[in-house]
Design a protein. Structure first.
Length: 257
């Protein structure tokens, strides 16, 4: 067995992000949504132009979904469903009127976007810690994906002070699988790392979260998908937490038989 590449790609702490990255993204989010106000309104009016459409597309669907979540053995179920059915069917005219007023210029849609911009900014920080912004800084997720795809030159350009690289990465998965698996792993990485960071901030052990996601990742690092030049027993991709430095990271090991 020989390790041909090992890479550790670290989380970006909020203080390490380029200044105003979160602010710029939040402003873009608000500007894009506001600019699409008329288009969203037109689409809603196209799909639900009248009370008849409201009944078929919203009320009847809502009733069916509400029924699915109720306990049929609970003695108040029939009463709850009856009250819900009456209220949701009665709401057609109010729904249509509210769409018109909410999406008017300066209406509740615009004010709601602006009111939630700060909340969006606070939430997007979690994602930025792991994805970065490719126009400003690269996060551990895109770096790990480039390692998985064997893109050594790119990694040389985007390596951070909190990253560690040894050897030269090779394409980790069979050519017919690499694109699909790269996309799947990127989503798994982001979700797992964000959940682990939130768990740590809540006073829990992030490793309990990471263990669950590492089990999912391990299913991909198998002889079924792995490039035949690599050893599935000694090649690995794991999400880790460095408690000393308080930094989450992605650890990629590529080994030949």
């Amino acid at each position: 067995m020989a390790v041909v590449f090992e890479g550790i790609f670290g989380e970006i702490k909020p203080t390490e992000l380029p200044e105003n990255t979160d602010v710029d993204i939040a402003n873009d989010w608000a500007d894009i949504l506001t600019a699409k106000r008329d288009k969203i309104k037109a689409r809603l009016n196209e799909v639900i132009p009248d009370e008849s459409a409201y009944l078929s597309r919203i009320a009847e669907v809502a009733e069916a979904e509400f029924t699915n979540v109720l306990n049929p053995n609970y003695y108040k179920t029939a009463r709850a469903l009856r009250k819900f059915r009456v209220k949701v069917r009665k709401g057609g005219s109010a729904w249509l009127a509210n769409v018109a007023s909410a999406f008017a210029e300066g209406g509740r849609f615009e004010s709601g976007v602006n009111a939630n911009k700060e909340k969006f900014k606070n939430n997007v920080i979690y994602t930025l810690r792991f994805t970065g912004d490719m126009n400003k800084v690269w996060g551990c997720v895109p770096k790990a994906i480039h390692a998985i795809q064997g893109k050594a030159k790119v990694l040389e350009k985007v390596k951070g002070s909190y990253d560690s690289l040894s050897g030269t990465p090779v394409r980790m998965f069979k050519v017919e699988h690499v694109s699909r698996i790269s996309a799947a792993l990127a989503n798994i990485f982001v979700e797992g790392l964000v959940m682990a960071r939130m768990e740590e901030e809540a006073g829990g052990d992030p490793n309990t979260i990471l263990d669950d996601y590492n089990t999912i990742i391990a299913d991909y690092v198998s002889s079924t998908f792995l490039d035949p030049n690599l050893d599935p027993a000694n090649s690995s991709i794991t999400l880790e937490y460095d408690a000393t430095g308080d930094r989450l990271r992605i650890h990629v090991v590529q080994a030949t038989p």
